[in-house]
Design a protein around this ligand. Structure first.
Ligand code: AMP
Length: 214
């Protein structure tokens, strides 16, 4: 069973790639960012407790995130891709404990690498479909009709944390807290570096090839 982690800075394309790969291989797409945004929108207890972190581009405390992950994995019998988790060393350690308890393990960690300026350009132009989650970019992949999803006619929106100030903070947080966990997975022989600076299809094909052969 395939169980993977997608690592990469915000805007590296990991969400889009992970979603597409899950569709192709019938895997569960587990995005902690999506789970938090849904909770915030629905104003649940989780949403009320985490909104201030998400809005400021800060990390939500590890114990809250690990609680979400444990709930997602308990009773799950499908392969999955983690998108945006783990983001700290403590989360990576906590994940190992949860997986051990459940008798599971991670097979691969895909590390998408993209330069900072390309990331900022991508994120400020990013628009998402409220209904199906499909991602557009006003410059490189614009919707056919302004504000409307090509795939499902759902309304498009811009994430509140996709503005330049919060993006810069998210990149700082990434460099300081998340990038170091590359070494955690490299030491375990699980990390596969992918050049995420190319077009979507090219990146997708190289991931499919790596997943098939690694
Ligand atoms: P993302 O959609 O992955 O870019 O996540 C959006 C925001 O949700 C982040 O900027 C954090 O505030 C929060 N978040 C998502 N995943 C995590 C995580 N694993 N640990 C801490 N905070 C997270």
């Amino acid at each position: 069973m395939t169980r993977m982690i997608f690592l990469g800075a915000p805007g590296s394309g990991k969400g889009t790639q992970a979603r597409q790969l899950c569709e192709k291989f019938g895997l569960a797409h587990i995005s902690t960012g999506d789970i938090l945004r849904k909770a915030i929108k629905e104003e649940t207890e989780l949403g009320k407790n985490t909104r201030r972190y998400v809005d400021g581009g800060e990390l939500v405390p590890d114990d809250i995130i690990l609680g979400i992950i444990k709930e997602e994995l308990t009773g799950s019998d499908r392969g999955f891709i983690f998108d945006g988790f783990p983001r700290t060393h403590a989360q990576a350690e906590g994940l190992e404990n949860i997986l051990n308890e459940l008798g599971m393990n991670i097979d691969r960690v895909i590390n998408l690498q993209v330069g900072d300026q390309a990331i900022i350009d991508r994120l400020v132009a990013r628009r998402l479909c409220r209904s199906c989650g499909f991602e557009f970019n006003l410059k490189t992949r614009p919707p056919k009709q302004e504000g409307i999803c090509d795939r499902c006619d759902g309304p498009l929106f811009q994430r509140s944390d996709d503005n330049e100030e919060v993006i810069n903070n998210r990149l700082d947080v990434y460099r300081e807290k998340t990038k170091p966990i590359e070494d955690f997975y490299r030491a375990r022989g699980l990390l596969l570096d992918v050049d995420g600076g190319k077009g979507f299809e090219e990146v997708f094909d190289s991931i499919v090839e790596m997943v098939g052969t690694a």
